[in-house]
Design a protein. Structure first.
Length: 147
């Protein structure tokens, strides 16, 4: 079976695919709720979440912090990557995300802040990390490149 042995290649493939699917959802979502959003922003969202998948896949080789040595299980490191990346996204695209939150939750909505996308990033990272780890493996189980 294709996913029977842990593999860094499989981990990257799974993580990028799941990230791409989230990006595709965001691409379509923006088209529906903010039709005036430029195509560049839509394509950027698609590429952004694919990149989040790549980073979650890459960080999966570490099950311990490389410097401090404390354990980093997949359910800790993947949401951290996703939330950090979406924090950066929020800093770059604050106005567009504020407009989206206004459309979704209204002027007096409880989820009006664009910084809610940080929590969304943690969720996306968690999902990507789960599938990447389940299907591709993690840590020392991943063979070293070239072996």
């Amino acid at each position: 079976m294709m996913f029977s042995k842990p593999s860094l290649t499989k981990r990257f493939l799974v993580a990028k695919t799941v990230g791409f699917l989230f990006g595709l959802f965001g691409f379509a979502f923006l088209t529906i709720f903010l039709p005036d959003t430029s195509d560049m922003v839509r394509w950027g969202i698609l590429c952004w979440y694919t990149t989040v998948g790549v980073l979650v896949g890459a960080v999966g080789v570490y099950t311990k912090h490389p410097i401090l040595g404390f354990p980093m299980p997949w359910w800790f490191r993947a949401p951290m990557i996703g939330s950090w990346m979406n924090f950066v996204l929020t800093l770059f695209a604050y106005e567009m995300l504020a407009d989206l939150m206004l459309v979704l939750f209204g002027e007096n909505g409880s989820l009006q802040s664009p910084f809610w996308f940080v929590a969304e990033g943690a969720f996306v990272g968690l999902v990507i990390g789960y599938f990447a780890t389940k299907l591709g493996g993690e840590g020392e189980a991943l063979p070293v490149l070239g072996s």
